[in-house]
Design a protein around this ligand. Structure first.
Ligand code: NAI
Length: 314
């Protein structure tokens, strides 16, 4: 249990989730936003959310919902946010000019011990920290939505981020009960989106070629590969799938893998309107747009159960 101060910049969807994760681990959280109205709503909704989780028995950490809420304070002053902060998690909208501006502002007021991690899903850290005085303390700490239920955090350094900042962020994420990974250098898409896009591209090609419809191509993951991947990564899955382990697996199937891979074809333009309209129509037959909030809530409820099961597995 820590009493260190953590700053959160931006009190939207992801900022709130981080506030809950840090408060659950006993950190003092200071939530900052440029909009006073946004902060007021955020605090009210956080209180409600924490009570809901407590009632359902899925609240994280050892503190009660009211105790966790009491650890969260708010401000609209950047100077107040940075004072004595051990770490700041940035969660402002995904627009590079906003990030560049904010990091330049932070650079002027940041104390030497404070690390800043960005939640960005797409921008390399070098893109918004280049030229700053305190750039060695800045990096990306990318969560997956919903961070309260999905433990992965991708820690991505810029070329100038210090090893110490990377390690401290890693240790901090572990202290929250998250499961971080450290990339040794920045790369477009980090790791998650590189893998996710490879899957989406192939799913798209199979539907566009008329080989599977949306329901069935999703079934390949949700009723097949995804069940294994919910427990194990791709390489450990391969390791278990050949009598002699992973070396045996790639010796046996590597030739076939290369042959199939040569047939993938170019990256599809997924903005192509005709195909997109077809995919959207089929998806909406499965879950109508007005049913999305309910479907998300159901997914999150089951992710909690899956997370508990995974802890037993590990
Ligand atoms: P959001 O739009 O829900 O919230 C953004 C918040 O930032 C708003 O409350 C806004 O008032 C505030 N804000 C805007 N400019 C600000 C500034 N200069 N200083 C302080 N606050 C400011 O956005 P969301 O979805 O929470 O995303 C935040 C970040 O998290 C983005 O970088 C996004 O790429 C990343 N992310 C989002 C995921 C998602 O599924 N929504 C998943 C993983 C990462």
């Amino acid at each position: 249990m820590s009493s260190q101060k953590i700053g959160i910049v931006g009190s939207g969807l992801i900022g709130r989730a981080w506030a809950m994760l840090f408060a659950a681990a006993g950190y003092r959280v200071c939530l900052y936003d440029i909009l006073e109205s946004q902060i007021v709503t955020a605090l009210a909704e956080l209180g409600q959310e924490l009570r809901n989780l407590e009632n359902k028995g899925t609240l994280r950490g050892e503190l009660k919902a009211a105790e966790q809420l009491a650890l969260i304070s708010t401000t609209t002053e950047l100077e107040q946010l940075v004072v004595d902060a051990a770490y700041i998690q940035e969660c402002i909208p995904e627009r590079v000019e906003l990030k560049v501006n904010l990091y330049a502002q932070l650079d002027k007021v940041l104390q030497p011990q404070t690390i800043v991690g960005s939640s960005t899903s797409t921008f390399l850290p070098s893109r918004f920290t280049a030229g700053l005085k305190q750039k060695a303390q800045m990096l990306v700490a990318h969560p997956l939505n919903p961070p309260y239920f999905i433990p992965l955090v991708e820690i991505v350094p810029a070329p100038w981020t210090s090893d110490q900042a990377v390690q401290q962020t890693y240790d901090l994420m572990v202290s929250l009960g998250q499961r971080p990974v450290k990339l040794n250098r920045e790369i477009e898409g980090f790791a998650t989106n590189r893998i996710q896009y490879a899957i989406l591209n192939e799913v798209w090609r199979l539907v566009a070629a008329g080989i599977l419809n949306v329901l069935d191509v999703d079934r390949v993951l949700s009723q097949g590969l995804g069940l294994r991947y919910a427990l194990l990564g791709a390489l450990e899955t391969a390791h278990l799938n050949a009598p002699g382990g992973v070396a045996d697996y790639f010796q046996r199937f590597g030739g076939e893998m290369a042959k199939v891979s040569a047939t993938y074809g170019p990256t599809p333009d997924v903005r192509d309107s005709e195909m997109l309209a077809k995919i959207a129509q089929q998806c909406e037959e499965i879950v109508p747009l007005q049913g999305l909030p309910q479907r998300r809530a159901t997914r999150d409820a089951f992710l909690t159960k899956l997370a508990a099961l995974k802890r037993q597995f590990e």
